[in-house]
Each structure stands twice: as structure tokens, then as C-alpha cells.
Ligand binder design. Structure first.
Ligand code: NAD
Ligand code: TDX
Length: 359
């Protein structure tokens, strides 16, 4: 009997979570080979993975290509004996989905369906191996918004409110359908807000860290009372490994860290901590940079995850405390000013102008 191959395809691996997943998994699973397929949109940064070919040799391969490109996908599946796909590739920023929803439909819905189609074809051609996994990395935002009580569970009804979450919800449904109709061994995970190294500075935490460093205004949407359930990215990556190795096809697993914070709490904490590190006192304190700006249209009030299923069935629990991991995150951005400088391209500046100028 042949052992299952240990080559996995990681789509969107040059983005925030994909980068962390690839780097962490190559260390944790020395037998595994990873192939990163990334279209390198504004959010994908090949420099995140630059050192990997030298460090890991043939255990790591990068392909510049899109999940929408049928030829790239079928060549790849023909060339490689792939044991599973970890599907991160997506348009991921809610504010961008409000400005330009079409790209979200293209990538998140059509892209996922194209990938499912090729996976199904290859899975059938190779005799429907039981080890194959299609792991679809999705978000808690598909469940809509909570008020001050309660949690999302795997049984919560879908109620997406933004073009981003609607496109992710649609992709979740297609993954479910491919399992139910064709038998493809697919699993969906829905995770809460991540933070950590390599996150693109359009998202709340890195945007605020960099604006504090540069003494720019800190735009807090609405009254800042919205709540997010924050999870350190490494905890998310480890949860995904548990699901890949122990999860059951056809199942959904919710992933969350139980660290609920209001946005304003996050911004104030970052101001305080960076003021201590940078020795900013008195009139130099960063609080004066906070601005309450026009709210995000359709802004979900609260997300919170009940992660008891993945804990009970797969034994995963978040390892990192918010206080320690946010400290590590702040220090990562302070130590990687060259990474930040490279990202501050014309396209990024243009985005800031589009999103914040009229608020
Ligand atoms: P990201 O925006 O940082 O990265 C997305 C990556 O996908 C980029 O490298 C980009 O170049 C790539 N990509 C985009 N279109 C592509 C295409 N057509 N073909 C191939 N690659 C393409 O996103 P992220 O924050 O790392 O999120 C990764 C996944 O996790 C997404 O599916 C997102 O919905 C989901 N998720 C994110 C969070 C979070 O807090 N960031 C939480 C839960 C779920
Ligand atoms: O400038 C800002 N000011 C502000 O108040 C930004 C960028 C955000 N916010 C608020 C909006 C949200 O309530 O902070 C909160 C977090 O915002 P984002 O970082 O944009 O994250 P969110 O909209 O919650 O979505 C994130 O978590 C779920 C990711 O971007 C998604 O990809 C993931 O699915």
C-alpha cells in the first residue's frame, strides 16, 4: 500500500494568513511539501516568502497564477500528486468590497468554483483517494451580526451583510454542494478576526500601529463600540492543521479565540503601548490622534465565536493570550519597517485616499 502523498497546495499563500500558514507548517511538518499558488494582487507579497526556497529546497514551490486560470490549475494538478488544498485565496477587505464588489464575486465565488471543479476532476481521475482534503478557509462574517449577547455556532443561520461576507457565504455554499453532490472530501472553517505579522495595513490593527508610529490620524468608524473576537494568526494556522489532519469531510468548524474587544479599546491599547515604547508623554501622547469618522455602511456590530465543537472533537484551543500576542505583533511591525516601506506603494496610498478622504 502507498502512503498518502504529503504535497499540499496553498492558494493565496502570499497574503497575511497564507504566509503565516506556510512558514509555520514548513517548520511543524518536516515531511510536507507546500506549493503556493498566488495571483499577487495588491494584498499578496512575494517578499513574505522569499527566503523559503533556500531554506526548504524542494519542499517549497511558488507559482504565480490565479485560481481563475483553468490551465494553470490543471497543469499543476497533472504535474504534482496533491494530497489536499488549503484555500485562502480571496479578496478579503470589507471596505474594498463596498467600493468595488465585482472583484469579490469574481475571485471569491467564481475562483472558488473553478478550483472546486478542477479538484473534483483530478480527485475522480486519481480514483477518489480518501486522504484528499479541500479545506476552505472562511470567515465568521457569513453569520451576520450579533447584539450584546450570544455566540455564533456551526448551527447559526447564514446572514451575510457586506459584499465581502456575501461572496464568502456563497463560496461556503458551493463547497458544501461539491461535497454533498460529488462527494469531494471538503471541509469549511469559519474563523474570527486574525491579527499578527504580515497583515496588510488596511486592516484595523496594522493600520492603527503604523498611523500611531507616523503620527497620523486614527480613523475609528462610528462610535468605536463595535466588537470583534480577536485570534492570533498562529492559533488560526494551528486550528487549520488540526482540521486538515483530523476533521471530517462535510463538516464545518468555527474557530475563535474568545478575546472580544471593542474597536476603541484596541485603538486605545495600541496608543498606550506604543507611547510607552516610544517614550511619548504629555502633549506627545497618541490619544489626540483618534478621530471618530463616518461609520462603515452596514457595519456589523459584534462577532463572537463559540469554538466548543473544534475543542471537543479535534482538541484545538487557542494557545496565545491576547495581551502577549498583541505585544508580539506591535514589536513585529516595529522590527519590520522595511516590509512596511515596501508596501507603502502608490496603490496603497491611493486606497487610503479613496477610503478615508470623504469620511
Ligand atoms: P489577504 O487579503 O491578506 O490575502 C489574500 C491572498 O490571496 C493574497 O496573497 C492575494 O494575492 C491572493 N489572491 C487574491 N486573488 C487571487 C486569485 N484569483 N488567485 C490566487 N490568489 C489570489 O487575506 P487574509 O487575511 O490572509 O485571508 C485569507 C483567507 O482567510 C481569506 O479567504 C479570508 O476570507 C479568510 N479569513 C480571513 C480572516 C482575517 O481576519 N484576515 C478571518 C477569517 C477568514
Ligand atoms: O480604519 C478602520 N477603522 C475602523 O474603525 C478600519 C480599517 C476598521 N475599523 C473597524 C471596522 C471593524 O469593526 O475595525 C473593525 C475591524 O475592521 P477590519 O480590520 O477591516 O476587519 P473586519 O471588517 O472585522 O473583517 C476582518 O475579519 C474577518 C477581515 O478583514 C476579514 O477578511 C475576515 O473575514
Amino acid at each position: 500500500m502507498h502512503a498518502a502523498p504529503a504535497t499540499f497546495l496553498v492558494t493565496g499563500g502570499a497574503g497575511f494568513i497564507g504566509t503565516n500558514f506556510i512558514r509555520h507548517t514548513l517548520t511543524l511538518r518536516p515531511q510536507w511539501h507546500l506549493i503556493c499558488l498566488d495571483a499577487l494582487t495588491y494584498a499578496g507579497n512575494p517578499a513574505n516568502l522569499d527566503d523559503l526556497p533556500e531554506r526548504y529546497g524542494e519542499r517549497y514551490r511558488f507559482i504565480h497564477g490565479s485560481i481563475l486560470d483553468e490551465k494553470v490549475l490543471s497543469n499543476l494538478f497533472r504535474e504534482e500528486n496533491i494530497a489536499g488544498v488549503i484555500h485562502f485565496a480571496a479578496e478579503s477587505h470589507v471596505d474594498r468590497s463596498i467600493h468595488k464588489p465585482q472583484t469579490f464575486i469574481e475571485t471569491n465565488v467564481n475562483g472558488t468554483c473553478r478550483l472546486l471543479t478542477i479538484c473534483q476532476e483530478m480527485w475522480e481521475k486519481t480514483g477518489k483517494p480518501a486522504y484528499f482534503r479541500f479545506l476552505h478557509v472562511s470567515t465568521d462574517e457569513v453569520y451576520g451580526s450579533l447584539d450584546d449577547v450570544g455566540y455564533f455556532t456551526e448551527a447559526s443561520p447564514y446572514a451575510p451583510n457586506s459584499p465581502y461576507s456575501a461572496s464568502k457565504a456563497a463560496s461556503d455554499h458551493f463547497v458544501r454542494a461539491w461535497h454533498h453532490t460529488f462527494g469531494l472530501p471538503a471541509i469549511v472553517t469559519n474563523c474570527s478576526n486574525n491579527y499578527g505579522p504580515y497583515q496588510f495595513p488596511e486592516k484595523l490593527i496594522p493600520l492603527m500601529i503604523l498611523n500611531i508610529l507616523e503620527e497620523r490620524e486614527l480613523p475609528v468608524y462610528g462610535d468605536g463600540a463595535n466588537v470583534r473576537d480577536w485570534l492570533y494568526v498562529i492559533d488560526h494556522c494551528e486550528a487549520l492543521l488540526s482540521v486538515l489532519e483530523k476533521g471530517l469531510p462535510g463538516e464545518t468548524y468555527l474557530i475563535g479565540g474568545g478575546a472580544e474587544k471593542r474597536n476603541i479599546e484596541i485603538v486605545e491599547l495600541l496608543c498606550e503601548r506604543l507611547d510607552q515604547i516610544l517614550d511619548r508623554r504629555g502633549r506627545k501622547r497618541s490619544h489626540h490622534l483618534i478621530r471618530f469618522v463616518t461609520d462603515r455602511p452596514g457595519h456589523d456590530y459584534r462577532y463572537a465565536i463559540d469554538a466548543s465543537k473544534i475543542a471537543a472533537q479535534l482538541g484545538w484551543r487557542a494557545r496565545f493570550q491576547f495581551e502577549d500576542a498583541i505585544e508580539a505583533t506591535i514589536h513585529w511591525y516595529l522590527a519590520h519597517r522595511d516590509w512596511v516601506a515596501a508596501i507603502r506603494s502608490g496603490a496603497y496610498r491611493q486606497w487610503l485616499e479613496t477610503n478615508y478622504d470623504n469620511r
